[in-house]
Design a binder for this molecule. Structure first.
Ligand SMILES: *Cc1c(COP(=O)(O)O)cnc(C)c1O
Length: 381
């Protein structure tokens, strides 16, 4: 069975994601429009494409002409290759020396994490393509930008093929004076290093610095690639930023689940773990076939979150369970087992966005999306 047929066989059974491929293509075009023609997209499809399903997303992106991707780890790179994704796949994070063989076998490009790591990579003894991570102020990974000698040493390593140099901006998401000044310093440090290498006669490989916020806030820092993640999926990290750019971006994902049963909860009765909810009056409740193991944050328990049923809001009753969630459907007429509930997306004139869920859970959209459960069915529209 083809992947698509196999997925269709289970589609919309219990709890599922609907992926709007047209929205994805629109986001690709919107981001390309913001970048000069010389700057290509290198989408971040790590964490199963921010929970969307890397298989679908990478294939759609490949159809849209994308030929470079970045992932967090070697396993994610292998998954893309075995699903027929060509082009550059850059592993942004740490790969254990025992897995260097896999970089070679699957034609993955590895980030040079620091000078010590470069030596380890070189000691593997077979050709490995690398991008050198440059630390310009985030102090997470990379060779410090002022250590020109360490960068040059990587170029000179026999088995390493330096295809690129990149840095990561750590305060590009706000335009506060402190953050813009920090970002400017990061960019200048990066360009200073690149300039110095050029002066010394070293070939200038691909340079890249922007992630999603960089593309929107600092178009002047466009390099050879833009490593776009969250924006590609049609949102930014917060509701405020998402609204600001909503003309250009469209959310790709909706999250839905089946109502397993509908029943009456009589006055004085409790529902769910820990006796956290007691009915003040007779009410109708519905049990949904989705829980925190599917990525619904447990902090949305006890009325913090709600779902949409037939265009109306149904607040969460009691504690969200691992696999199930109870909601209050009193006042929503004709609800029955087998109906759909919308957890993220539109229902009638109502909408719950991933930004709302992130705000309720006290986090950013990136975290909510990247934690979507592996067992959710993924349906490509
Ligand atoms: C995750 C990641 C990105 C993508 O970031 P977004 O803010 O989601 O666009 C880019 N670069 C690096 C190094 C990353 O780790």
């Amino acid at each position: 069975m083809s992947d698509r047929k196999e997925a269709a066989a289970y589609a919309r059974g219990r709890a599922w994601l609907e992926l709007d491929c047209a929205a994805l293509r629109k986001n690709v075009e919107a981001l390309r429009k913001r970048l000069p023609a010389s700057c290509k997209l290198m989408p971040a499809v790590k964490a199963d494409a921010y929970g969307h399903g890397a298989q679908w997303i990478a294939k759609e992106l490949q159809k849209a002409g994308v030929d470079a991707f970045c992932v967090a780890c070697v396993q994610e790179g292998i998954q893309l290759r075995t699903q027929g994704i060509d082009g550059v796949i850059l592993v942004l994070g740490y790969t254990h020396p025992q897995q260097f063989e896999l970089l070679n076998t699957y034609g993955l490009t590895q980030t040079v994490i620091d000078d010590h790591y470069a030596k380890q990579l070189n000691a593997y003894g077979k050709k490995i393509h690398v991008h050198i991570g440059i630390d310009t102020g985030m102090h997470r990974l990379g060779i410090r930008s002022e250590c020109v000698d360490q960068v040059l040493a990587v170029y000179q390593m026999e088995h390493l093929c330096v295809d690129g140099l990149f840095t990561h901006l750590c305060a590009a998401d706000t335009m506060d004076a402190r953050d813009t000044s920090y970002t400017k310093d990061q960019a200048e440090a990066f360009y200073r290093l690149a300039g110095r290498l050029k002066e010394l006669g070293y070939p200038c490989p691909k340079l890249h610095m922007q992630a999603s916020y960089g593309v929107f806030h600092y178009p002047e820092y466009a390099g050879d690639y833009a490593r776009v993640g969250i924006a590609l999926y049609g949102v930014l990290s917060t509701k405020e930023d998402t609204i600001r750019w909503q003309e250009e971006l469209q959310p790709v994902l909706s999250l839905k689940a089946r109502i397993a049963t509908v029943k009456t909860l009589y006055q004085g009765e409790s529902a769910g773990y820990g006796i956290q909810f007691t009915a003040k009056h007779d009410m109708r409740i519905a049990t949904l076939a989705i829980g925190y193991a599917d990525g619904l944050p447990r902090t949305l328990s006890s009325g913090v979150g709600s779902v949409l049923v037939d265009g109306q809001r149904a607040p969460v009753v009691g504690r969200i369970c691992m696999d199930q969630t109870i909601v209050d459907v009193s006042g929503i007429l004709h609800v029955q087992a087998g109906d759909e509930a919308v957890l993220i997306g539109q229902s009638g004139s109502q909408e719950i966005s991933v930004c709302d869920i992130a705000a309720q859970a006290g986090t950013i959209t990136n975290e909510i999306l990247s934690r979507m459960g592996a067992r959710l069915e993924r349906v490509c529209l």
